[in-house]
Design a binder for this molecule. Sequence first.
Ligand code: 5RP
Length: 220
Amino acid sequence: MLKKQLAGEKAVEFIEDGMVIGLGSGSTVFYTIQKIGELVGQGLRIQGVSTSRETTLLAQSLNIPLVSIDSVNEIDLTIDGADEVDRNLQGIKGGGGALLYEKIVASASRKIIWVVDASKMVESLGKFPLPIEVVPFGHKQVIKKMELEDCQPILRVKNGSPVQTDGGHYIVDLHMNKIEHPQKLEEKLQNKTGIVENGLFLNYAHQVIIGGQEGVKIKT
Ligand code: 5RP
C-alpha cells in the first residue's frame, strides 16, 4: 500500500458517528475521503464540510453528505493533507491551491489531523515553496514587494495562464528554501494588502499521521 494511503486511511479511526468532519484537499486525504465514503455506505452518519471544489466533487461521488461551513456551529474534526510539517507540527499547505478555504475550515475546527507520507516531515520549513493567495487586481505589485523582501516569488501558472483558486484568486509561490522565523514571516504576510492568505499553518494541527516504510506513526 502507498505511504499516503496508509496515512489517509488511518485517519478515519478518529471519526465518530454524528460528527461534522472538515474534508481537506489533495492526494493523501483522497484516501481518507474514499474510506469515509465506504463507512457512510455501511451506515456511518457524518456531515462533511468541503475545502475545495475538487473535494466536493469527490465527496458527492461517494454519497458523503455535505453541508456548508456557514450552516454548522463548529467542525468536530478536520482531516487534511500538508506539504511540509516540522517537529512542532507547524506546516506549509497550499500546494494544491486550496489554502484559503482550508484555513477557514481549519479555523472553525475543534481538532485537526494532518495526513502525510514521511517525505513531508522536515527539520525546518521552506524547501517547499510557500504559497500565498493574492487578489488578481494588482498582483504584480505584490510580487514586486515580495521580490524586494527577498522572498523569490513566482506566479503559479498552468497552460500559460495564472492558476485561479476556488475563491477566484491567484497563487504566488515564495521560493525561500528555508524559513528562519515562520511567525515573523506570517505576520509580515498578514499585513500586506493584496495577500488574502498565506500557506503557513502555525499552531493548527493537533496530530499528524505519517505513512512510512514501517507503517503509520502518529505524532502529537
Ligand atoms: C492543498 C493542500 C494539500 O493538502 C497539500 O498540498 C497536500 O497535498 P497532497 O496530499 O496531494 O501532497 O494544502 O491546498
